[in-house]
Ligand binder design. Structure first.
Ligand SMILES: Cc1cc2nc3c(=O)[nH]c(=O)nc-3n(C[C@H](O)[C@H](O)[C@H](O)COP(=O)(O)OP(=O)(O)OC[C@H]3O[C@@H](n4cnc5c(N)ncnc54)[C@H](O)[C@@H]3O)c2cc1C
Length: 452
């Protein structure tokens, strides 16, 4: 390590190479709950480059000396993905945060270090929108793409992958490559860009992205549908979707955790009911009001209590804020947040299994998530830490039985590699290993993540 510090200082300037551990404490962890968070290595340097060319030179050096490099975005990941688990270099892209808008093509050209919050703001100022809300607003474009983040608003518009149209990437050999462009159609050979999306910092450093934007929705409304049980609420989701109603978001939450999240923010959750579906509808006023009425009717026919409508923007923002902060409010009491995803029509069956597992282990397992995507987050709490592995394993087995996957949006990172090997066919692992070898022959990029 010591021998390349001087050379890296020459590339980026002394002030952008941090060697003292106390000055990098905010860079050695992410948002993974403490009990399962991987331990960072001690012999680490933090480097903050300003350009793709600087990154290319750093990576070339690291590759020559076989030194691990850990790309880091906003550090909001939930699976230890950016934690430097071996001696090496943390590469933070925070200084590369420029965003330009191409209004004629409805695209943003964003450097990888720009945050989701900045993209949302700049798109809005240009009279456009970036409809998905694929993660914490402190997450960076590079991290969102590397994780192929999903979020609440995937129902209508899709996930990160559906919005990325072009990428600039520095390969682990230092070469700079470009994929895609400001294009809505591109069939020029294999879809290499899509291998980088979701590769969790193991195949290349994303430095710039072309991201599709949309016109702003004319009208938005939030509809809250209370139910008396998890079973009732989640079983109505496929019925809503098959009636042709496609909301922007259709979230499932529980009263106890909404109250906790509201209290955490100094707000109050006052709506009656044990559990809730929260639908965000967007479109023209007529479309939205008609869909809201249909949805409320379907839910009433399927055991919902009285629907609550939030039309004012400030009221909708508070509801979304409370929903978005559930994880932060539960984090200190949590051992793990699972990210299981099943075909949407099986979400009720998975919820019933989670209820059964909770009863079997006498455990409290709060559940919330992106109901219409079949993607639910169940928390295993620290009070149940002695049963953690058994509860997790039974929830995973149930998910697989219902045709699902153990992660729909958070990824494998460094904490789910064992399960990746368990639940994916060996041929798929062999193909993934071949791809890793091709991109990163010396395994310097985020070496303990995904395939480990
Ligand atoms: C409160 C909260 C809410 C969240 N909600 C959601 C949600 O709704 N949906 C969802 O999908 N996720 C959600 N997340 C998880 C998180 O926001 C996403 O996983 C996000 O994509 C992580 O981005 P980041 O910039 O923070 O990446 P980091 O945590 O810094 O890194 C994550 C991974 O990406 C890699 N990486 C980062 N930058 C680059 C780059 N430039 N090039 C290559 N690899 C890179 C890292 O090496 C690491 O493997 C939430 C997290 C929190 C704390």
């Amino acid at each position: 390590m010591k021998e390349i510090i001087k050379e890296i200082e020459k590339i980026v300037g002394n002030e952008w190479v941090i060697k003292e551990k106390e000055k990098m404490l905010n860079y050695i962890f992410d948002e993974t709950p403490l009990p399962i968070r991987p331990k960072p290595s001690n012999n680490i340097i933090l480097v903050k480059p300003k350009s793709t060319e600087e990154i290319s030179q750093i990576i070339k050096l690291a590759n020559e000396k076989r030194i691990p490099v850990y790309p880091r975005g906003g550090g909001t990941g939930l699976v230890g993905g950016c934690i430097p688990t071996k001696d090496g270099i943390i590469l933070s892209l925070e200084r590369m945060d420029n965003i330009e808008i191409d209004k004629d093509n409805l695209m943003a050209i964003a450097e990888a270090g720009a945050t989701l919050g900045k993209l949302l703001k700049i798109a809005e100022e240009a009279g456009l929108s970036f409809p998905p809300h694929p993660g914490d607003e402190g997450a960076q474009i590079g991290g969102l793409i590397a994780c192929n983040a999903g979020g609440a608003r995937a129902v209508k518009h899709g996930i990160m992958r559906n919005f990325v149209k072009g990428l600039e990437v520095v390969l682990p050999t230092g070469e700079i490559v470009k994929f895609g462009g400001k294009l809505l159609k591109d069939n020029m050979g294999y879809g290499l860009m899509h291998i980088i999306i979701g590769s969790e910092g193991t195949l290349g450093i994303i430095t710039k992205a072309i991201i599709r934007l949309c016109p702003k929705a004319e009208y938005m409304l939030t509809l809250i549908l209370p139910f008396n049980s998890r079973h009732d609420a989640l079983n109505v989701v496929p019925i809503i979707l098959t009636k042709g109603i496609i909301p922007l978001a259709l979230e499932y939450v529980e009263k106890e955790i909404m109250e906790k999240s509201a209290a955490h923010l100094g707000e109050k959750w006052t709506i009656d009911g044990k559990v809730f579906l929260i639908a965000i509808l967007a479109g023209t006023e007529n479309e939205v009001l008609s869909d809201a009425e249909k949805m409320a009717r379907i839910c009433a026919e399927n055991k919902s209590l009285e629907a609550y409508i939030a039309e004012r923007r400030d009221e909708q923002d508070v509801i979304l804020k409370i929903r978005s902060n559930i994880y932060t409010a539960l984090k200190e009491e949590s051992c793990d947040i699972l990210d299981t995803t099943v075909p949407p029509s099986n979400i009720g069956k998975l919820a019933d299994e989670i209820d059964r597992i909770a009863e079997k282990y006498n455990a409290y397992i709060p559940v919330y998530g992106h109901a219409a995507d079949g993607n639910i987050h169940s928390h295993i709490m620290r009070n149940d830490i002695d049963k953690y592995e058994r509860i997790k394993s039974e929830i995973y087995e149930a998910t697989i039985k219902f045709g699902g996957v153990i992660t729909g949006e958070h990824g494998i990172g460094k904490i789910r590699t064992k399960e990746l090997y368990k639940f994916i066919p060996s041929k798929n692992i062999e193909l993934m290993k071949g791809i890793k070898k091709l991109f990163d022959p010396n395994s310097i990029l985020n070496p303990d993540a995904v395939l480990a």
